[in-house]
Design a protein around this ligand. Sequence first.
Ligand code: DAK
Length: 255
Amino acid sequence: MTDGFQLRYDGPIATLAIDNGPVNTVDPDLIENLIKTLPSLTEDPAVRCIVVRGKGKVFVGGADITVMRRLEPATYRAMRRWVEVERALELAPKPVVAALNGHALGGGAELALACDLRILHARATFGFPETGLGIFPGAGGSQRLPRLVGPHRAKRLIMDGTRLTAEQALDAGLVDLVASDNFDEVVAREAARLAALPTATVGLVKQVIDRGWGLPIDEAMAVEEEFVLRNLQLEDAAEGLQAFLDKRPPSFTGR
Ligand code: DAK
């Protein structure tokens, strides 16, 4: 029995590869195992970038339809915990890359929406085919997609269940980069770039935007102020500002 994923560390970069059946489907065991493991990545200061990818030719083919078919409240509650996996990555105090090495569909696309950078393989598709099954993206997709592309476009994409080509996904702003034969190289380059950032500052950026988004502006400013004060206490703020004055490149530790 496996956990449904594999973990690899390359210096400050942790790569989590979903490895769950022929098309890396999401099921309750995978969800629980990820929920148990993610804190070891999100809370470890030595990990300064997390990469999530799929093993084999697919990223994540969505929820396991044999499980979803049971249509029982207990199953739905268990599957619904996929949103906790997404949220852990969304709020991880470090950059998270979705390395979409193959098709990212349904729950797989929903997971990708919670990541900070999405890199899609040129031969892969990205989309929400749930309506073709009579259901809708109920693990975060119906809420994150409109935040990303606006409600009109989100309704169209979800209603039609269109599987977008990589080029279409890039045009629609659903992914940030497309790569083909050099996919692994591009992922490694982007992960290394992100891992060298002032990680704790990046963590604050993720949280201040998450907390302030949608609040009335005065409340949002109060949230910003709280995070500004936290930022000024970071070692990397002292290093970045001093490096500028010393006319040298900064050397960030992530703290
Ligand atoms: N579930 C179960 N089995 C699946 C599967 C899936 N999502 N996708 C594929 N399989 C199975 C296939 O039936 C096939 O099985 P055998 O025939 O060999 O027994 C095997 O995996 C290999 O599939 P293919 O032969 O189709 O492989 P290809 O490489 O040709 O194509 C594919 C890969 C991923 C493009 C294709 O399999 C595909 O389109 N799969 C279906 C994708 C899909 O519809 N995904 C959305 C699932 S719904 C919620 C929680 C979560 C969600 C919603 C609500 N709540 C708690 C409310 C999320 C929903 C979804 O994600």
